[in-house]
Design a binder for this molecule. Structure first.
Ligand code: FAD
Length: 502
């Protein structure tokens, strides 16, 4: 994705002073560049527990102020996570990229006793270009990683309901089975918490503001990488395996020429921003608005703070760029009930956006290298699966690498990893493409919907006949996905035996 961000004049690369990258820019809010080198996430969590001050909870300026105080208390030197001569040597694993994919993998391998070096060109905690809705299955994965308690300490609202607007008709129901909930923790906090656990729980060294410039090859095998620190120092590091967890524009994937497959060009453009004081619903719900071929999202974060997003048709991107905030707010205010709910709301930071996200899988491994996270498998964010998929890949890849480092055959083990990834994710990938391509119904369709909603007895009769009615009319990937979700709510397997996503 090139030149896809807006407003181009106000964008900077987030949280990095590493050498200028030739990669596409990351959409950013200027405010997100921390002024201190590092703030332990535990401390960020303590701060975040001041629930009445969402500004201080999540805004980088709040973290900065608090970080200075915290660093003084702990006598931690800024710039602690730099290339350090004492760390020279060969590592078991070198991970390039330290957000959800890389940090989860580092945590899991570090816990298994491997010597891991993880590098990232960014300075942490810092934001990245992503909203951050985590469904209940991803919350369960965070719990499995052992990081959920620290994330919870920041006081995020438990999202237990899902509300869908089709023009002026509303459908609402539970988000997840009884007791489960979704969360929307901002990336600065989520990523930094996983990094901090990785460092604390295993033999994991992390160099931030360190840019990977290229790979080292010996006899056709990747054996390390060339790195540059923020102050221009160059270093070659050797590892038994190099993992690219470097995101959707992965340089590692490019260097190893990892083939892409199931490729689909970007389908929708996306804009989002953080708003304070949006009038909340009585019960915390994620809200999706399907109006005029746009999708609006409200992701509740802490009390008083929401992430609002819009997915648009590609042709709307150019007019949007001229005045992102003005157009965004005008569209949102026109959504059902939103004029009143946005009366006292205000944007914090800037709007961020992209013309679109490509969709594909990539070859996941080769001689001495592997890919994970968005570097390996990328899709439109409309279904919000990216973070959970990155954590799941980290879990499977950690298992596979553990086996090979203990002697299992590389080709066989990594092939099985890639097959597992593809077979598990392909149904959700296809469902994502289907929902992203879906257009809103015609005026005639809407008249039928309104007719059904106007008469509760009709609505009830339709609900009673859903399982048999829908199998024939939903696109196959969406039907498959619905079955999996219904089964999570206790539905018996439906009459037809279409396989469901694992
Ligand atoms: C607009 C948008 C909204 C989204 N909303 C959601 C959502 O609500 N829920 C959800 O689950 N997912 C969402 N996603 C998807 C999610 O953001 C990604 O799936 C997730 O960030 C992937 O994590 P990652 O660790 O693989 O990559 P990234 O988060 O992109 O991290 C890659 C890291 O690699 C580093 N790096 C890159 N190159 C180098 C280099 N050469 N040297 C050193 N470091 C390098 C970068 O600095 C970066 O920190 C959204 C995505 C977008 C674009």
């Amino acid at each position: 994705m090139h030149g896809d961000l807006t407003p181009s004049t106000s964008l900077t690369s987030i949280g990095t002073s590493a050498p200028a990258s030739p990669e596409p820019p990351v959409a950013s809010n200027d405010d997100t560049t921390p002024s201190v080198e590092w703030i332990p996430p535990g401390i960020a969590g303590d701060l975040a527990s001041r629930k009445n001050y969402p500004d201080q909870v999540m805004s980088p300026s709040g973290l900065q102020a608090a970080g200075t105080e915290a660093l003084a208390q702990l006598s931690l030197a800024p710039g602690q996570r730099v290339m350090d001569d004492s760390q020279q040597g060969t590592y078991d694993i070198l991970i390039i990229g330290a957000r959800v994919a890389g940090a989860s993998l580092a945590l899991l391998l570090g816990e298994r006793g491997y010597r891991v070096l993880m590098v990232d060109r960014d300075l942490f905690p810092s934001d990245t270009f992503s909203t951050h809705f985590l469904n209940s299955r991803v919350v369960a994965l965070l719990n499995q990683l052992g990081v959920l308690a620290d994330i919870e300490a920041a006081g995020f609202r438990h999202i237990t309901r899902s509300r869908t607007y089709i023009e002026d008709c509303i459908f609402e129901g539970p988000m997840a089975p009884e007791g489960a909930f979704a969360l929307a923790p901002r990336r600065d906090m989520l990523d930094a918490t996983i990094i901090e656990h990785a460092e604390r729980r295993g033999d994991v060294v992390f160099w931030e503001r360190t840019h990977a410039d290229g790979l080292i090859w010996e006899d056709g095998q990747v054996t390390g990488a060339r790195l540059t620190s923020h102050d221009g120092e160059h270093r070659e590091v050797r590892a038994r395996v190099v993992v690219g967890a470097d995101g959707k524009y992965s340089k590692v994937a490019k260097w190893v020429r990892a083939a892409a497959y199931h490729e689909v060009a970007p389908l929708r453009s996306v804009y989002y921003g953080y708003f304070q004081d949006v009038t909340p619903l009585l019960e915390t719900a994620v809200e999706l608005f399907f109006v005029q071929d746009r999708i609006g999202y409200i992701f509740p974060m802490q009390p008083g703070l929401d992430c609002l997003a819009l997915e648009l048709q590609p042709e709307e991107f150019a007019p949007f760029r001229a005045d992102p905030q003005g157009v965004f707010e005008a569209i949102f205010r026109a959504l059902p009930g939103m004029a009143a709910r946005l009366r006292d709301a205000r944007l914090t930071g800037k709007m961020m956006g992209t013309a679109g996200i490509p969709n594909h899988f990539r070859q996941a491994f080769g001689a001495g290298w592997a890919l994970t996270g968005d570097a390996a498998y990328l899709k439109d964010p409309s279904t919000g699966f990216g973070i959970g998929d990155a954590i799941m890949q980290a879990m499977w890849l950690a298992e596979a690498l553990d086996a090979t480092l203990r002697g299992a055959d590389w080709e066989t083990t990594l092939s099985a990893f890639q097959r597992r990834r593809d077979e598990t994710f392909l149904p959700a990938f296809e469902a994502t493409l289907a929902v992203t391509r879906e257009h809103d119904g015609t005026e005639d369709d809407l008249a039928w919907l309104r007719g059904a909603m106007a008469n509760p007895h009709t609505a009830r009769a339709i609900a009673n006949r859903l399982p048999s009615a829908l199998s024939g009319i939903l696109p196959a990937p969406m039907w498959s996905y619905l079955k999996a979700t219904a089964q999570a709510f206790g539905a018996k397997p439906a009459a037809d035996q279409t396989p469901v996503p694992a």
